[in-house]
Design a binder for this molecule. Structure first.
Ligand SMILES: *Cc1c(COP(=O)(O)O)cnc(C)c1O
Ligand code: SF4
Length: 404
């Protein structure tokens, strides 16, 4: 991702908020364009439409779009579509939503359910992987489909997964499990539900005394900011403490419309977090990542996670190495606002859950002292407190690193 302009100028350029252009929908009335149902109805969902809008569609994209439904349906809202650079096949936004034939190549280590969710599912649509919280899947539909989706086995129903959630059964499980204090609504995208349906579900969750904390995971503020209506925000506000986790991967996704939608959520008192997926050619670049994280803070969104891309079938062309991810993390801590620094995690293949991975700042640790280095590479010694033998002694086979 070489940039023709100096890094600092590029960073600032990426951080500018721009309105989404109208593009091919130039003649559409504002009332339609700003109506989320119009946006959904007018999504780009076929090869014909793609070819109409993108004259230089690559062969890989053409073949990919033709076969898209074998893995995951294609659907792109006009709002998001217009952020795509139609002249650039490497466009970071284009790579996320336009299929490529590479999706049909699968490696032996790739999986249809890389996080082992189905095997941790006590009732359909509920994943109970961690002791005190559950993932509650409410729908298999999204405003637009991300080509690397970890749940592509079920979302869009392209492969006939047949997701049929039974909210009452899911709620019963939570009612019967007092240890569940945190419920994460996801899917698919929960904000595709109507206000009324969502209100009903949230009301029933809030009636369960041990449910302390509710979160909604949604990419709709990015794909379909029109959905973040004042009515939706007023309704969500009744169910506090309620957090929303959004999913932005590139600074250009944060347009003025997206910023305004996020502001409506924040003004309703909803703390906002972000989860990004590290993607090759999208955000595996320190300047792009830094611009994204700083721009999120300007939208009052606290970056929570950067996920190493899961080993989902057909994702090799979008995966970046863990080494690269660690290099990017190294450019963040200390170099920018602490609030802008998310945790980098690998969802352990097969269902081990989120495991944090970080550059190593502890050079050695024994009963007397800890040797650490800072973001500038300077080495410091901290005398260990008397009870401070390392909790997890290194196996004898691992050498102590050389002291500097
Ligand atoms: C990510 C995830 C959660 C939430 O975990 P946090 O660490 O609280 O963000 C819960 N359940 C499942 C299955 C998850 O994948
Ligand atoms: S919005 Fe989320 S659930 Fe939907 S396709 Fe994208 S990553 Fe998957």
């Amino acid at each position: 991702m070489a940039s023709p302009i100096p890094q600092h100028d590029w960073l600032n350029e990426l951080k500018q908020f721009q309105p989404t252009p109208r593009g091919a929908w130039e003649g559409v009335a504002d009332a339609d364009w700003n109506d989320w149902r119009w946006q959904l109805k007018n999504r780009v969902t076929s090869l014909d439409q793609l070819q109409q809008h993108i004259p230089n569609l690559t062969e890989a994209e053409t073949e990919g779009a033709r076969l898209a439904d074998t893995k995951l349906a294609m659907a792109i809202t006009p709002h998001f579509f217009n952020l795509i650079d139609v002249d650039d096949p490497e466009c970071a936004l284009r790579r996320q939503v336009i299929p490529a034939i590479d999706e049909t190549f699968t490696a032996s280590w790739e999986m249809s359910d890389p996080c082992g969710e189905d095997s941790h599912s006590p009732v359909p649509g509920l994943v109970h992987r961690y002791p005190d919280r559950v993932l509650f899947l409410v729908t298999d539909r999204c405003a637009a489909y991300c080509r690397y989706c970890t749940r592509s086995r079920m979302v869009s129903n392209a492969t006939g997964y047949g997701f049929r959630p039974n909210f009452e059964q899911q709620l019963d499980y939570i009612r019967e499990h007092p240890e569940v204090r945190d419920v994460l609504l996801s899917g698919g995208d929960p904000l595709l539900l109507s206000d009324g349906k969502l209100r009903l579900l949230l009301t029933k969750l809030r009636e369960i005394p041990h449910v302390e904390f509710i979160r909604i995971g949604s990419r709709i503020p990015i794909f379909l900011p029109q959905r973040i209506t004042p009515e939706l925000c007023a309704m969500l506000k009744e169910f506090h403490p309620l957090f929303v986790s959004v999913h932005a991967n590139h600074p250009r996704e944060l347009t003025t419309e997206v910023r305004d939608g996020l502001a409506r959520l924040a003004d309703a008192g909803i703390p906002l977090g972000n989860q990004s997926v590290l993607l090759k050619g999208v955000n595996d670049d320190e300047t792009v990542m830094k611009a994204l994280l700083q721009k999120l803070l300007m939208c009052r969104v606290r970056p929570l996670y950067i996920y190493q891309c899961d080993l989902i079938n057909g994702s090799a062309h979008l995966r970046t190495s863990v080494r690269r991810g660690l290099e990017i993390m190294e450019t963040l801590r200390g170099h920018t606002t602490g609030y802008a620094v998310p945790q980098y995690v690998i969802d352990a293949p097969g269902g081990g859950g989120k495991v944090p991975v970080a550059p190593n700042y502890v050079l050695s640790h024994n009963a007397d002292r800890v040797v650490i280095r800072n973001f500038e590479g300077k080495v410091f010694e901290y005398p260990e407190a008397p009870d401070g033998s390392p909790l997890h002694p290194r196996p004898a086979s691992i050498e102590e690193p050389e002291l500097v």
